[in-house]
Design a protein around this ligand. Structure first.
Ligand SMILES: Cc1cc2nc3c(=O)[nH]c(=O)nc-3n(C[C@H](O)[C@H](O)[C@H](O)COP(=O)(O)O)c2cc1C
Length: 177
């Protein structure tokens, strides 16, 4: 009984935030080592949005993400900006969504190529949606990925992103901007 009450009150709190922001949102994210998934969970706590993980058809091995190796998959995907690693299909009805959060780890000071695959593949459905990117990184600021996303996808409404983790108040302020 107590557990049910907790679930109900947390559901109500989340529903309230959603109503406050007047948005139907979804969190689409890619993670390799789990940090961006934690960030997506933090965002889901604040927004009540559903989380959807982007999964590459071919998983990244530790050799693939070796940025010290010029021949590694991640370095090649950075050097050749036209590469689009295939991703597994995702289950979103975009007609029911008006805000799409897109999360990723910074790779080579920008969004990983998997994110470009997602943006290319779903670009028609994403037109006129509010897109809010977020990242995790060792130290790179979100502004670097903001710049590459803006350059590559100027027809989409991509707003200024946020590096997570962040305080809930900062997240709410970012969403409301
Ligand atoms: C291939 C690769 C490139 C990276 N490049 C950067 C970078 O340019 N700047 C930075 O601050 N962190 C960089 N990182 C660190 C990741 O952004 C950071 O560890 C991130 O939180 C990982 O997220 P994840 O656990 O969701 O995969 C890189 C990591 C990898 C694997």
């Amino acid at each position: 009984m107590a557990a049910a009450a907790t679930v109900t009150s947390s559901y109500t709190a989340k529903a309230q935030i959603k109503t406050e922001n007047n948005m139907k949102s979804v969190i689409v994210y890619f993670t390799h080592s789990g940090n961006t998934e934690l960030a997506a969970k933090q965002l889901a706590e604040v927004t009540g949005a559903k989380m959807i993980r982007l999964i590459p058809e071919q998983a990244y091995s530790s050799d693939d993400v070796d940025w010290t190796n010029e021949q590694s998959r991640c370095t090649q995907e950075h050097l050749n900006q036209s590469l689009r690693p295939a991703i597994k299909p995702i289950d979103i009805d975009f007609t029911k969504v008006d805000t799409v959060f897109i999360g990723f780890p910074i790779w080579w000071h920008e969004e990983p190529a998997v994110i470009r695959t997602f943006l290319d593949k779903y670009s028609k459905q994403l037109i006129n949606k509010v897109i809010l990117p977020f990242c995790t990184s060792y130290e790179s600021p979100m502004s670097e990925a903001d710049a590459t996303l803006k350059k590559g996808y100027h027809s989409l409404k991509i707003r200024k992103g946020l590096r997570l983790p962040a305080q809930p108040e900062e997240i709410k302020k970012w969403i409301k901007k």
